[in-house]
Ligand binder design. Structure first.
Ligand code: HEC
Length: 140
């Protein structure tokens, strides 16, 4: 007669076998590799404005204000009507800007005040940068 341990072992081996089959099945899906390079650029990171608002309220608010209209001596308004920079740059360009920040002596600097890289929050991920740009796009 089988004891509990033997039964469990048999079940475990069966599960492994099933998992093995699943793994092999997945391979044909991955085969059409020639299509991949053309598909890759289309798979750009998509920003989520709702998540971006949380990022904004956690980091950017300190200098750009609760309404993103700017704070005197700290950060500028991010409304496209107030900022040519925001209005003209693409989402990817804005992400690159926030990633790098802007030093006070940068030729593009208009206030003489610097913006730290990632708004000074090193924990911000690239996804969150795209999210916060999506949020900025909702400002009108
Ligand atoms: C420590 C203060 C500070 C924080 C925090 C900060 N910024 Fe800034 N930001 C600035 C300053 C100062 C400028 C203006 C620099 C200049 O004069 O060109 C600026 C400029 C910008 C600009 C360009 C505006 C323009 O018209 O040139 C964008 C976009 C921007 N910030 C987005 C963000 C985002 C998004 C965050 C949050 C992730 C953030 N900032 C956090 C200080 C800050």
């Amino acid at each position: 007669m089988f004891n509990r341990k033997t039964l469990l072992t048999v079940l475990f081996i069966l599960l492994l076998a099933l998992a093995g089959c699943g793994g092999q099945e997945a391979e044909p899906t991955a085969t059409p590799a020639p299509d991949k390079p053309t598909a890759a650029p289309a798979a750009a990171v998509v920003g989520d404005a709702v998540a971006g608002e949380t990022v904004y309220m956690g980091t950017c608010i300190a200098c750009h204000g609760p309404d993103a209209k700017g704070v005197q001596g700290l950060g500028k308004s991010l409304y496209p009507a107030d900022s040519e920079f925001v209005a003209q740059k693409s989402d990817d360009e804005l992400v690159a800007f926030i990633l790098a920040g802007r030093t006070p002596d940068d030729p593009l600097n208009t206030t003489g005040v610097g913006m730290p890289a990632k708004g000074g929050n090193p924990a911000i991920t690239e996804q969150q940068l795209h999210d916060v740009v999506a949020y900025i796009r909702t400002l009108k």
